[in-house]
Design a protein around this ligand. Structure first.
Ligand code: C2E
Ligand code: CA
Ligand code: CA
Ligand code: CA
Length: 279
């Protein structure tokens, strides 16, 4: 008790140890997961108010471990970033998604865009642009059908370098969006310098959109800023019709969330696509 300040860490020690042995074991299992086919992709539809239908889907990674069960991407992606495994996982995601998109396009799904999450670790790889461009070319997909999602933090770690990479990605034909917008940094001056197509409003602002005047003010400001910078805005985590109605009123272009659809397995996604096309 005397040296409480100094010995504070002791209080956390047992838990930290438990966590670290879990993450050591998980990290080891993750190394084998790619080769063992334990990773898969799901696709979450995004709804465009203007077109009154789905225009795109976000690709989300899933890991079903035989030993550990389903692991949240929040947990295993952080581990993969730490170990560097995210590079090969990220390339696998791009290839799988491009392969799936090529197949869907052959089946007649035209104008569908797939949004793919990029980790900051991937973003800092010097050969990122070349690799991504090669993968989509090999799978027979136009880069314009792929939107890459970056978080604000990644863009701002090193704005000069990030600006160059974003420019190169855009030159290669990819679309870019800023994910979890509003949760990162307060300075938004970088937006006009980077060639961003879309701001994804973080779900933490959407959750209490109707009851919180603050959240409503923030969301309104983001939508207006996107409009004046000629970017699209998409609200994430939309779960209720009331949220969707309000977002539409505020001029938000697109929504994604459980209200419209949960993330879907590829075959369920195809059914969803055709069902909403004829409705
Ligand atoms: P994110 O990019 O912000 O993805 C949105 C998350 O919100 C997804 O969680 C999605 O399932 C969830 N979500 C969608 N609609 C709703 C809703 O209406 N309500 C609520 N409460 N949640 C909703 P998920 O799939 O667990 O992914 C978590 C995070 O893991 C992602 O957050 C992203 O940062 C990361 N992630 C997922 N897949 C990949 C990937 O392929 N590569 C990388 N680098 N990161 C990924
Ligand atoms: Ca995302
Ligand atoms: Ca997000
Ligand atoms: Ca997030």
């Amino acid at each position: 008790v005397k040296q409480q300040g100094r010995n504070n860490f002791r209080f956390f020690a047992p838990e930290m140890q438990a966590n670290s042995s879990r993450s050591l074991a998980l990290s080891h299992a993750l190394k084998l997961a790619l080769a063992r086919n334990e990773l898969s992709l799901v696709y979450q539809p995004q709804f465009s108010f203007e077109r009154q239908r789905m225009h795109a889907a976000e690709v989300l990674l899933r890991w079903q471990s035989p030993e550990w069960g389903p692991i949240s991407p929040v947990e295993f992606i952080a581990m993969a970033e730490h170990s560097g495994l995210i590079i090969s996982i990220g390339e696998w995601v791009m290839r799988e998604a491009a392969k799936q998109l090529a197949l869907w396009q052959k089946q007649g799904m035209h104008n569908l865009v797939l949004a793919i999450n990029l980790s900051g670790v991937q973003f800092n790889q010097p050969d990122l642009v070349t690799n991504l461009a090669r993968i989509v070319r090999e799978e027979g997909v136009e880069p314009a059908c792929i939107e890459l999602e970056l978080t604000e933090a990644v863009a701002l770690q090193n704005p000069e370098a990030a600006g160059l990479v974003m420019h190169a990605l855009q030159q290669a034909g990819f679309h870019l969006s800023i994910d979890d917008f509003g949760t990162g940094y307060s300075s938004m001056s970088y937006l006009k310098r980077f060639a961003v197509d879309k701001l994804k409003i973080d779900q933490s602002f959407v959750r209490e959109l109707e009851s919180s005047a603050d959240d409503k003010a923030i969301v309104t400001a983001i939508i207006q800023m996107a409009q004046s910078l000629e970017m699209k805005s998409l609200a994430e985590g939309v779960e209720t019709q009331a949220q969707a109605d309000l977002l539409r009123e505020l001029g938000c272009h697109e929504i994604q969330g459980y209200l419209y659809s949960r993330p879907l397995l590829a075959q369920d996604f195809a059914s969803f696509y055709w069902a909403q096309m004829i409705s």
